[in-house]
Design a protein around this ligand. Structure first.
Ligand SMILES: C[S@@+](CC[C@H](N)C(=O)[O-])C[C@H]1O[C@@H](n2cnc3c(N)ncnc32)[C@H](O)[C@@H]1O
Length: 293
């Protein structure tokens, strides 16, 4: 009698045998597919990590081996949908409002004033939160733009995008629990959020500045539809991607920025070994990247 292999808490095994059973070749094939799809490489060199994340999907689909799963992803008509589900299981969506305040200060006190000074009469500012997760970063930026009285009659636009449809839907809802407010002052929480169904919902006048969409950052040809940006926040995203993916995405960010536009990365990220096209600008509160004028 053949026993069907089944997922266990510690691995993918036969009955009680919970030892790892994904072969290095299977792991390599799946890693390559994921990197090709979205650039994600972080943690994928660990077969154990892959097994833990993939196991429940194999179980749910009734597949026998990681190789079967690879074939499903690659050739089944449902493969493209499944790879999105898989990436969902491999990514972290950790985020919160007013994250990395020193950088937001740099944006508010140095970058926005420079954009205002350079204005040619168009009175328009566009900021993109690329890899926005559940939307806290985009709403934070919208609040900062609303707070600046000099922008009152400007066309203010905040774009939020993420590869995950789930988090984009949550971003559109804009309702948050306490952990999203861990770095938010009581003043801003009260001013821009309303209590709703046990959560706090972002006020409509902030929401109206924001638009959200699903976008895989590797699909750089789609960036054009967003139009030119004055600043791109891509924080805590590139660190999870392969070098090739970073190069491609950052190159496309360059083209999406207006001359003099800024690229802001997470505090542990840099463009070292990625590109030399951007100027590194020392602001008083942060080091940021700028497309040369
Ligand atoms: C840790 S969150 C960062 C959220 C926010 N930027 C912040 O710093 O608080 C990383 C996000 O990047 C998204 N992501 C990862 N790879 C992506 C890709 N290739 N295209 C678009 N989004 C991606 C994930 O879905 C996740 O929501």
């Amino acid at each position: 009698m053949t026993r069907r292999r089944r997922w266990t808490d510690t691995g993918w095994g036969l009955g009680d045998d919970s030892r790892s059973s994904m072969t290095p070749e299977e792991a390599r094939l799946i890693q390559e597919l994921i990197v090709e799809f979205c650039g994600l490489s972080y943690g994928l060199d660990s077969t154990f990590f892959l097994e833990r994340r993939l196991g429940p999907r194999l179980e749910a689909l009734g597949l026998q081996s990681a190789r079967d799963y690879y074939h499903y992803l690659r050739y089944d008509p449902n493969g493209p949908g499944e790879i999105e589900t898989l990436v969902e299981r491999l990514t972290t969506h950790e985020t919160y409002l007013f994250r990395e305040s020193y950088q937001l200060d740099a944006f508010r006190l140095e970058i926005v004033p420079e954009i205002i000074r350079r204005d040619d009469g168009a009175k328009s500012i566009t900021v993109w939160s690329a890899g926005c997760s559940t939307g806290e970063e985009a709403y934070t930026l919208a609040i900062l733009l609303k707070e600046d009285a000099r922008l009152r009659d400007w066309n203010r636009r905040v774009i939020g995008s993420d590869i995950s449809r789930k988090v984009v839907a949550a971003a559109r809802r804009g309702q948050y629990g306490p952990s999203s407010f861990r770095a938010t002052s009581e003043y801003f929480q009260r001013k821009y959020f309303r209590e709703k169904e046990g959560k706090f919902a972002v006020r409509d006048d902030v929401r109206s500045l924001c638009s959200f969409g699903q976008l895989n950052l590797l699909a750089t040809e789609r960036f054009r539809v967003l139009g030119r940006c004055d600043a791109i926040f891509c924080r805590n995203v590139l660190m999870y991607l392969s070098t090739e993916a970073r190069e491609r995405i950052v190159d496309a960010f360059y083209d999406s920025l207006n001359p003099g536009g800024y690229l802001l990365l997470g505090h542990s990220e840099s463009l070292l070994n990625v590109t030399t096209r951007f100027d590194l600008v020392h602001l008083s509160r942060d080091l940021v990247y700028r497309r040369p004028l």
